[in-house]
Design a protein around this ligand. Structure first.
Ligand SMILES: Cc1cc2nc3c(=O)[nH]c(=O)nc-3n(C[C@H](O)[C@H](O)[C@H](O)COP(=O)(O)OP(=O)(O)OC[C@H]3O[C@@H](n4cnc5c(N)ncnc54)[C@H](O)[C@@H]3O)c2cc1C
Length: 351
């Protein structure tokens, strides 16, 4: 949706074909973090791309509210990853230090002990050993984001066709014919941004998307008085007062359900981080499937077999939305490929 909005904003005529409500859609089940610190171990390009995305987010959120009136509730005052034991914290700091070195020091984070975390978030429990703090991090309301992108896209003349599954794509004489059950759509360019669906669609235009699902489960509490200002990787309080808890990762194929044992693990950890949550009512839970490549980094690729076809997939589409709207859309339109993403090609999985 970010790419579609970015292309429409650049003056293109865009038609968005989207499968039905029963499709797998990470965009409707995610945690809403705009997150940098911890991203990019072993891949400085990804760390830079994520860092740049976070820097662009305030301007992007402003653009959306000005165009659509939808406030995506961006709060970007920094984010915490809390640890319940010293060893976990030390391992994390070691990883962050490696990423910082690979970026010549331009990767801000701080290491906080229990007292320093408590000064930022007085509601933490006694079990919190410490935390790392990323000053660029934040969170948004992801459903409002999706809504704003749809609204913005439509206001720019973008066309959405919902409830249609793309079954085939043919490329002839410089034209793409995109076939769904009821119609054939023609275009000079196609962008495959179909999440887990990209795996099947990519070979139709000479590309590859070796993506697999990774399930995350999320719990949502009743509304509470505000007690938590900074989002953390496991717990965040939204603008409406509800608390979201999550960050599980499971390899369960295409099962986007929930399981009591995993929900209990998430709830238990949340209660240790913030004892105020121990007796809170949970009003909603869900599972959703992340779109993961074998190394967890994105694929952004133009087809050489079928010029005009592009593929985009990543597992941090909220964080990276600002880059997808701007630099990625510009590249798809013939502009320079952003230097940070030049290595994000599917060929890297061949070695
Ligand atoms: C539990 C969880 C937590 C997450 N937390 C965060 C977070 O905190 N921060 C962050 O940055 N990211 C997060 N993400 C990731 C983020 O949600 C995804 O990166 C983003 O939604 C990916 O967008 P996408 O459009 O590529 O895929 P999706 O959102 O999965 O959308 C794919 C779309 O393609 C359509 N489609 C598929 N096949 C076809 C077809 N053949 N024809 C037509 N349409 C098709 C589907 O209908 C769907 O709308 C999280 C994801 C999950 C699951």
């Amino acid at each position: 949706m970010s790419i579609a909005y970015g292309l429409a904003r650049a003056g293109q005529r865009v038609r968005l074909l989207d499968e039905g409500d029963d499709a797998f859609r990470a965009a409707r089940g995610n945690f809403g973090l705009v997150w940098v610190h911890g991203k990019g171990l072993g891949n400085p390009g990804y760390a830079r791309w994520s860092r740049e995305a976070a820097r662009q987010w305030p301007e992007f959120a402003l653009d959306l509210v000005e165009r659509t009136g939808v406030n995506v509730e961006l709060s970007q005052i920094g984010g915490l990853v809390m640890s319940l034991d010293e060893r976990e914290l030390d391992a994390r700091v070691a990883d962050l230090t490696l990423i910082r070195e690979s970026l010549d020091g331009e990767y801000p984070f701080e290491v906080l002990n229990h007292g320093q975390v408590r000064a930022l978030e007085p509601a933490i429990g006694p079990d919190v050993a410490g935390a790392t703090f990323g000053p660029l991090d934040g969170h948004v309301n992801p459903l409002r984001l999706l809504h704003a992108l749809f609204q913005g896209f439509r206001s720019l003349g973008g066309e959405t066709v919902g409830g249609v599954r793309v079954e085939r794509i043919d490329h002839q004489a410089g034209e793409f014919r995109v076939v769904t059950a009821g119609a054939t759509h023609t275009a000079g360019r196609v962008v495959l941004a179909a999440g887990l669906g990209n795996r099947e669609l990519a070979p139709m235009v000479g590309l590859r998307a070796p993506v697999k699902p990774s399930r995350g489960q999320i719990l949502v509490s009743e509304r509470m008085q505000p007690f938590l200002r900074h989002p953390s990787m496991h717990v965040r309080q939204t603008g409406e007062g509800v608390v979201q808890m999550g960050d599980s990762k499971e390899d369960v194929g295409f099962d986007d359900g929930t399981s009591l044992d995993q929900l209990a693990t998430i709830a238990k950890r949340a209660g240790r981080l913030f004892p105020i949550l121990e007796n809170v009512n949970i009003v909603r839970t869900w599972g959703a499937l992340r779109v993961m490549t074998p190394d967890g980094f994105p694929v952004y690729q133009a087809s050489s077999d079928c010029p005009g076809a592009f593929l985009a997939t990543c597992h941090s589409g909220i964080t990276l939305a600002s880059m997808h709207v701007g630099p990625l859309a510009n590249w798809i339109l013939g502009g320079t490929e952003p230097s940070h993403i030049q290595t994000f090609k599917a060929e890297r999985f061949d070695v």
